[in-house]
Design a protein around this ligand. Structure first.
Ligand SMILES: Cc1cc2nc3c(=O)[nH]c(=O)nc-3n(C[C@H](O)[C@H](O)[C@H](O)COP(=O)(O)OP(=O)(O)OC[C@H]3O[C@@H](n4cnc5c(N)ncnc54)[C@H](O)[C@@H]3O)c2cc1C
Length: 458
């Protein structure tokens, strides 16, 4: 490809957000070109098959949090199928002392669990009667301690935040990081009362599709990516694009880059960026310094993911979703998922696949460890915690992410204002991706479709 090509929409980034937006735009008759730096589409999503194991390099699972997820799979049904996690393996384990304990679901287990203090178990009875918070920038930690007590922060919310954000509940601001929880308190005055009231409110037919179940694609998330790529067409996804820069001339954007040593230019009336916050000023040099600074200050947690495949599992029973490790326990891993327990065909019969996470915002130093150091650390921790000491994994893979998970902290207000300002001042430019609207795959699918519809319905 060479020279100058005109298209309706240029999308920067062939991750899930960019692919979903392109899929819906093309379906409505728009011409689209995706410009991707990498040599493959999918962004952080990649599935690897080896020795009978189906290994996810990036996300392992998502939550069916929006109807758009189910609708996307319906749309792609000829090429991929949604895989819903086995509900029998839904137990979440939390490490306390020297053992795993199931996170209680239901009243009796909640009374009996050793995870929470006796004082907090009584205190929770008063949760519906506590006052609403008044600080819009209250951290998740402050909110939880105020309404539920410190042991709930330490042994439920802190590990949950490690599992989702690889983050720190004392710096994540509830209204940005967990907006549904924030709204629950602000609308109903209580988590417990709010959940009961919300549960009894009639639901629209479409919103019933958001089942909150855990999903993947059958055979691995790569099948979702491949199905999107097939729908979009390889000719519309430009890979290995280096030094991408966008400029604006009247109503037209020019996107220039190198494919190998060949300079390419695209002109369009719309540009959608799905790149992370750190890319913004290089991509859009015409944006004001104040705005790019506000967007760039978004911090990302560095995460190392280690996949371990065992042909024969000899450790403790892992019939659960996974185990999370509270920071207060001072272990070296954030947690471990058991994908072969909740999805079929992820490991050979009798074997097991584990996915171990380390690093995160509190331990970014792990990101720079050498492979041998990571392997020895993970083998020690997993050996002890899952009682599989001395048994080597048959397959071991390390995946490092410098910009794994964005942290929606106090700086979010400024960042979102800057995004709004830029979009208003440069009509046709859409700054999307994980700089706004949530961090999970479900959020990305919802955003990708919403952006496409915004353009289609204009
Ligand atoms: C280790 C890990 C675990 C996760 N676990 C979960 C989970 O359990 N559940 C869940 O729901 N979500 C999880 N996520 C989050 C989820 O994977 C993401 O929300 C989603 O895949 C992001 O898609 P995206 O398209 O927005 O971004 P990306 O996948 O990052 O794609 C952006 C694309 O843009 C390209 N790009 C960036 N800058 C440029 C540029 N200047 N020029 C050209 N191309 C550029 C990149 O190469 C990339 O391909 C996890 C993420 C990671 C990293």
């Amino acid at each position: 490809m060479e020279g100058n090509i005109n298209t309706n929409v240029v999308i920067i980034g062939a991750g899930l957000t960019g692919l979903v937006a392109a899929h819906y735009l093309l379906k409505s008759g728009f011409s689209v070109k995706i410009v991707e730096r990498n040599n493959r589409p999918g962004g952080v999503i990649q599935t690897i098959k080896e020795q009978g194991f189906t290994i996810e390099a990036g996300p392992n699972t998502g939550v069916v949090s929006h109807p758009e997820i189910v609708e996307l799979f319906e749309d792609l049904k000829d090429d991929c199928t949604i895989d819903i996690a086995n509900p029998e393996a839904k137990k979440r384990l939390i490490w306390k002392g020297e053992a795993w304990h199931a996170l209680p679901s239901g009243l009796l287990p909640a009374v009996k669990t050793p995870l929470f203090s006796l004082g907090d178990k009584f205190r929770i009875l008063g949760e519906p009667f506590r006052k609403r918070g008044t600080n819009p920038d209250e951290s998740i930690a402050d909110l939880v301690v105020r309404r539920m007590g410190r042991s709930y922060l330490n042994y439920a919310v802190d590990p949950f935040i490690s599992g989702i954000y690889a983050g720190d509940p004392t710096t994540l601001v509830t209204r940005f990081a967990l907006p549904k929880l924030y709204t629950l308190e602000q609308t109903y005055g209580s988590f417990v009362g709010g959940m009961i009231k919300k549960g009894s409110e009639p639901k629209e037919e479409r919103s019933k599709k958001a089942t909150r179940e855990v999903f993947s694609a059958k055979g691995g998330l790569q099948y979702l990516i491949d199905a999107l790529v097939k729908s979009i067409g390889n000719e519309n996804i430009l890979l290995n694009c280096k030094d991408v820069v966008v400029s604006k001339n009247d109503k037209i954007f020019s996107t220039t880059f190198l494919m190998g040593s060949i300079p390419v230019g695209l002109t369009s009336e719309k540009v959608i960026s799905t790149a992370g916050g750190s890319e913004i000023d290089a991509l859009f040099p015409f944006i004001g310094q104040e705005q790019s600074k506000a967007i760039k200050q978004l911090e990302y947690a560095k995460v190392v993911q280690v996949a371990l495949g065992y042909q024969q599992w000899k450790g403790i029973s892992i019939n659960a979703f996974g185990g999370l490790v509270p920071s207060i326990e001072k272990r070296k891993i954030l947690g471990v998922l058991f994908p072969s327990s909740f999805f079929e065909n992820r490991a050979p019969e009798g074997g097991a696949l584990l996915s171990v996470f380390l690093g995160g915002i509190k331990h970014s130093e792990f990101y720079s460890l050498k492979d041998e150091e990571i392997i020895s650390l993970v083998e020690d921790e997993i050996g002890e915690m899952l009682k599989i000491k001395g048994i080597k994994a048959d397959v071991l893979k390390i995946f490092r992410y410098q910009y794994a998970i964005p942290q929606y902290t106090k700086t979010s207000e400024q960042r979102l204002e800057a995004v709004g300002f830029v979009q208003k001042n440069y009509p046709g430019l859409i700054l999307a991706g994980n700089i706004r609207d949530g961090i999970g795959m479900g959020d990305r699918i919802k955003q990708g479709r919403a952006i496409a519809e915004e353009i289609i319905n204009k």
